[in-house]
Write a protein that binds this ligand. Structure first.
Ligand SMILES: NC(=O)c1ccc[n+]([C@@H]2O[C@H](COP(=O)([O-])OP(=O)(O)OC[C@H]3O[C@@H](n4cnc5c(N)ncnc54)[C@H](OP(=O)(O)O)[C@@H]3O)[C@@H](O)[C@H]2O)c1
Length: 435
């Protein structure tokens, strides 16, 4: 009962800060490093895995330590919604374990702590409210509604709270609910990293570019179509026949149904492309290179890379070496034979990029594509949905259900608490002055 009460007060602060700020109150809950107060809850609920496996490995617990702010640049977020990505399915089964473990804990390279990543929390997207900030955080403050993509080497968002660096966090688009917002950050950071860093595109250089997106109906595809159309590019998409309406509705100029015959043949009859974003991989890579404009700086960017699988199967050094050699030999081969660039696109945490996406969303140029949503209690069902494939946009988990009826009470609690804090602060100052 006591812990429930503490949780109420904790939650109240996030909700109340905004309400009080709007009402002209000056409220500041910012604290120094490692200062998350002990009066707050110590444990939170989360879906975790304690070993790699199938859906049965997912376990609900209320005993995960709350991830408090431990460095000056960290931001602690109360999660309202999370979304799932294919990476969550893969990570549930151990994908990327070798490299991600090293990123989490460089000492793991010594090989003396085999299970150091468990209990592991999955979930790569978050939309929520800031509840605590390190002393050097300036861009966001407690009470702010934010969104972020959680890097795979950090504890995920299928939990009550997640802690990230300020750089990874961005203000959520005002027009979106948390459920809608959670569908975007990870695919947005991936698409932007792939299209900008590897594909050489940007807002001001895309208007005369022809871009092909393979796998246009999934999370990355549905976002990328909208981003590229907002930037003025001509967008061709491959997808199944029953996704044509969706991708055309998002702005795709031309659509190739890969289930109705040879997609390569159909695409070969079209004008060649400046950039290909390949989110299908495998055999696609074999024919896609020939669809690029030769000797004109055209780029093929694959999101399906052997980097993590190689390190998992061959070990760190051999895996990295093999992946590097494979990338280099394909890049050299393609540039010599037809003057096209072969590259890999990878997710990169980037809050400032999400700031730009937020503007596009609020301008109505990018819409969230939420195919399915599940309550927090049904996280395993959400994984099963993703496991089935054939995504049409994103699957979202509502981590905190809104409870408007309780909000007023929480604001009252917070007002009382703020008044008590002010009084105590005043007493302390008076005592110090006497000394
Ligand atoms: N490198 C990175 O950092 C990074 C980051 C994010 C994602 N990724 C990878 O990128 C890929 C796409 O991610 P996502 O989130 O968009 O996945 P997703 O949401 O599962 O979407 C995949 C889409 O591709 C369609 N599809 C399957 N086979 C196809 C084919 N042969 N031709 C055209 N479309 C096809 C699927 O629908 P149908 O089966 O019904 O056609 C589905 O709509 C995944 O492999 C993911 O692991 C990599």
């Amino acid at each position: 009962m006591a812990s429930t009460r503490l949780l109420c007060l904790f939650n109240a602060k996030a909700a109340a800060t905004k309400t009080l700020a709007r009402a002209g109150w000056s409220v500041c809950f910012r604290r120094n490093v490692s200062s998350s107060p002990s009066r707050l809850q110590h444990c939170m609920s989360a879906w975790v895995i304690d070993q790699y496996g199938t859906n049965g490995a997912l376990t609900y617990t209320e005993e995960i330590p709350v991830p408090t702010v431990n460095s000056p640049s960290e931001v602690m977020i109360k999660v309202h919604a999370a979304s799932l990505n294919p990476l969550d399915i893969s990570m549930r089964g151990g994908y990327g374990a070798t490299l991600l473990k090293l990123r989490r804990d460089p000492m793991s390279v010594m090989g003396n702590d085999h299970d150091s990543e468990f209990p592991l929390i999955l979930g790569r997207d978050v939309s929520g409210v800031v509840v605590d900030c390190g002393s050097e955080v300036t861009h966001v403050a407690p009470g702010d509604e934010v969104w972020a993509a959680v890097p795979p080497w950090k504890q995920g968002s299928l939990a009550e709270f997640v802690t990230l660096t300020e750089y990874e966090v961005s203000h959520k688009p005002k027009l979106l609910s948390h459920t809608e917002a959670a569908s975007i950050p990870y695919v947005a950071n991936t698409a932007l990293s792939a299209l900008v860093n590897a594909g050489g595109l940007c807002r001001d250089s895309s208007s005369n570019k022809r871009v092909l997106i393979t796998g246009g109906s999934g999370g990355v595809g549905t976002f990328s179509i909208q981003l590229l159309k907002a930037w003025g590019a001509h967008v061709t998409v491959t997808c199944s026949h029953n996704a044509e309406g969706l991708v055309r509705g998002l702005g795709a100029d031309e659509v190739v149904d890969y289930t109705a015959g040879d997609a390569a043949e159909q695409l070969d009859m079209m004008e060649k492309f400046d950039v290909i974003l390949d989110s299908v991989g495998g055999e696609t890579e074999l024919w896609a290179m020939g669809l690029l404009k030769p000797w004109s700086g055209a780029k093929y960017v694959s999101l399906v890379t052997p980097l993590l699988p190689n390190t998992d199967s061959m070990g760190m050094l051999d895996g990295l070496l093999q992946a590097g050699l494979s990338l280099q030999s394909k890049a050299i081969q393609n540039i010599i034979s037809s003057g096209v660039f072969y590259r890999w696109g990878v997710y990169a945490p980037d809050g400032p990029a999400l700031d730009e996406v937020s503007k596009l969303v609020d301008a109505g140029k990018i819409l969230p594509v939420v195919e399915a949503q599940f309550p927090f209690a049904q996280v395993p069902q959400a994984f099963l949905k993703l496991d089935q494939g054939h995504a049409r946009g994103k699957t979202v988990v509502r981590v905190a259900e809104e409870d408007d009826g309780r909000a007023e009470e929480l604001v009252q609690n917070s007002r009382m608490e703020t008044a008590v804090e002010s009084e105590q602060e005043g007493q302390r100052t008076a005592e110090q002055n006497q000394i």
